[in-house]
Write a protein that binds this ligand. Sequence first.
Ligand SMILES: [Zn+2]
Length: 166
Amino acid sequence: MSERVKFFPGREIRSRSIDEVLASEYAADLKYSWASGAAMSRFLIELKNGRIIARKCNKCKRILLPPRIFCEDCFRETDGWFYVKDTGTVNTYSISYVAADASRLKEPLFVAVINIEGATEGMGFLHLLGEVSEKELKVGMRVGAVWKPEAERIGSILDIRYFKPI
Ligand SMILES: [Zn+2]
């Protein structure tokens, strides 16, 4: 013979309080680090020294930038380090009126993929263009890195402030 439960301990959840149960605000104080890996770590250290370094693959003869320890075309380890120049050409660009925090900008940012001189054609990275007007922007234009002063460099792609026409 079963006995019917007439009393449930706890507090009844009403639809209004569901949000209170399922969501809570919490300010996490997390401390973590991220390992860049062998190739990217060396790349960042070299940026701090004002140089751009790539990896070369002796099989396909490509100079890989950003540097990679493994050649994705040859399925093998790359063979060595290779300094490239801090000049290049604009592969493509975009004019952005939206900042990284999604706020609107009065003056646009010019964001470009830059083929770095010394690396294989099409190898390079995304960066800002500066000291240039919207009218002057062109695919194929030659640009050079404008570095931060050595004391301000931290081993970041932003150790290069931007690239400017040369
Ligand atoms: Zn290769």
